[in-house]
Each structure stands twice: as structure tokens, then as C-alpha cells.
Design a protein around this ligand. Structure first.
Ligand SMILES: C[S@@+](CC[C@H](N)C(=O)[O-])C[C@H]1O[C@@H](n2cnc3c(N)ncnc32)[C@H](O)[C@@H]1O
Length: 270
């Protein structure tokens, strides 16, 4: 096995070639630095009724429901500081803010942060936004009770630095809540097809950046975050999967590891 300590992903021999060949079959442009595809979306792309990021809106009740369950379970009060890293145009941050929580959204793209601010201004929702990179977060150690990353880590090349920074700004006993895409042939086919069919914008995903749950858990452990345990779960942490079934997103129980598409879970900082 080839251990890649820079990115936190441990590609098996031949895996990179296999996934790249599979992805190219769908004729979708592969792009490891896919931040531009988000910056260019504008207000219409992020928030328009038929904007290119509509699927993220459709996922909100599912991922938001999961986050609410976790916040309630840990009796997080509305004034405790929450941060979403990689918030883009604010689709998820604003959703959590509407539920009454104190949230700050951070994104590397000034264009997307401007869209997020503009939308919150129009809708009068109280939510803060700031430009910043996950690789160098402009916050003191242990500043937040909750660090969230939703549909973000699968766009990050250096997973180790990203998690190290997110853990650094998380208080002891605080929660890291995430969802991301699992790396396997099945998820590669699923996401490349969705891009080829125009359900999600072409060029937004690079399957080599997808993350196996055990890789994410291993990097999180390295930086003092323990994933929540669930005795019935093969991964050893609470994990469900967001899947696109019959034109709708649904939260379903975990599947076979090899066919897991998108997963959601949380961990606690020691
Ligand atoms: C799929 S979007 C997710 C948006 C939002 N989390 C949601 O689900 O609605 C991924 C976001 O990650 C941001 N991003 C990429 N690299 C980043 C970095 N190094 N630091 C912070 N944000 C980054 C992109 O600009 C983009 O807005």
C-alpha cells in the first residue's frame, strides 16, 4: 500500500489509475483545484431557483436534520459559536442560522463570501461570513464549540493540514460535524454521471480527492478528534449516508463499504 502522508489518502496500488480511467469515461473535466467552479457561480448559481448548486439546497433538510440531532444531543445552546469551513455562498450556514444558531461561515473565495453576505442581507438572516483558508484559519486556538464541514473535504488536497487547523480552533469537548464523499469505484461512477447529466456542475469533483471514512477517522484521531461510537456500525462511528435516489436526496443507513457514496458523521475533540 502506498501511504500518502501529505493528503491523508492512502491510495491502493493501481487505485489512482483505475479511478481516473473510470472518471474519464464520462467525459467530465477532472480538476484538483476546483475552487474556481464555485467562485464563478454568483448569486444566481448559489441561490437561484434553478441555480447550478440547487442540489446543495435539496440536501439541507437532510444534513441539517443530522446536525440538529447532534446539537440537541449535546445540548448546544443557540449562543455557542459554530463555524462552517468552506461555506461557499452560504447555503448551509444560512440554513443553520435560520434555526437560531450563532454561526460564522468561512470560505477561501471572496466572490462566494460576497454572495453569502449579499443573500443574508436580502433575507435579513443573522449570520457572519469571513474570507479564510482552511490551511491557515485566522482564529485563536479553541475558539469554537462546533466546527462543521459539509461537502467540503472532498475538495481539499491537503487533508492533514485542513483537519489539523479545524481541530486547533475547536474547543476541548467540542464537536466536529462533517459530511463528505467516500472514495471508491461506485461513488466515482455516481458523481461523474451526475456531472455528465448536468445534475451537478461539471468539473466540481475529482474522485482522487474523495476520502475513505477510515482515512478521515485516522487523520481526525491524529489531531485529537474521536469519532462518535455506535456499536452497530462497521466503521465504529456514527455514520449515515446521503444518497440521491429517484431524483431526491435521502439519509439512509450505511451500505457496503465498497459502494458507500456520501457519508455524514461527527467526532468529539479530546
Ligand atoms: C461544495 S462547496 C460547499 C459549500 C457549502 N459548504 C455547502 O455545502 O453549501 C465547497 C467550497 O469549498 C471552498 N474551498 C475550497 N478550498 C478551500 C480552502 N482551502 N479553504 C476554505 N474554503 C475552500 C470552495 O470555495 C467552495 O465554496
Amino acid at each position: 500500500m502506498k501511504i500518502n502522508t501529505i493528503t491523508g489518502r492512502n491510495y491502493q496500488i493501481g487505485e489512482e489509475e483505475k479511478l481516473t480511467t473510470l472518471a474519464k469515461k464520462y467525459g467530465v473535466k477532472l480538476n484538483k483545484r476546483n475552487v474556481d467552479t464555485y467562485s464563478d457561480a454568483g448569486l444566481e448559481g448559489w441561490w437561484g431557483e434553478n441555480g447550478c448548486h440547487k442540489p446543495l439546497h435539496e440536501m439541507n433538510p437532510i444534513r441539517g436534520g443530522f446536525v440538529m440531532d447532534v446539537l440537541k444531543k449535546f445540548e448546544i445552546s443557540p449562543d455557542q459559536p459554530i463555524i462552517e469551513i468552506g461555506c461557499g455562498g452560504g447555503i448551509f450556514s444560512e440554513y443553520i442560522a435560520r434555526l437560531g444558531y450563532n454561526i460564522l461561515g468561512v470560505d477561501i473565495s471572496m466572490e462566494s463570501i460576497n454572495v453569502a453576505k449579499e443573500h443574508a442581507f436580502i433575507t435579513h438572516v443573522k449570520v457572519d461570513y469571513q474570507v479564510g483558508s482552511v490551511y491557515e484559519l485566522p482564529f485563536e486556538n479553541e475558539s469554537f464549540d462546533i466546527v462543521m464541514s459539509s461537502d467540503f473535504l472532498e475538495h481539499i488536497e491537503d487533508l492533514v493540514t485542513a483537519i489539523s487547523e479545524m481541530s486547533r480552533i475547536l474547543k476541548k469537548g467540542g464537536l466536529f460535524i462533517f459530511d463528505t464523499i467516500a472514495r471508491n469505484e461506485s461513488s466515482t461512477t455516481t458523481f461523474m454521471k451526475l456531472e455528465a447529466e448536468g445534475v451537478i456542475p461539471a468539473g466540481t469533483h475529482e474522485p482522487l480527492l474523495f476520502i475513505k471514512p477510515e482515512e478521515l477517522e485516522s487523520v481526525a484521531n491524529q489531531f485529537g478528534i474521536d469519532f462518535a461510537k455506535d456499536i452497530n456500525n462497521i466503521y465504529g462511528f456514527v455514520l449515515k449516508s446521503i444518497q440521491f435516489i429517484d431524483g431526491k436526496f435521502k439519509l439512509v443507513e450505511i451500505q457496503e463499504k465498497e459502494t458507500l457514496p456520501h457519508y455524514i458523521g461527527y467526532g468529539i475533540k479530546k
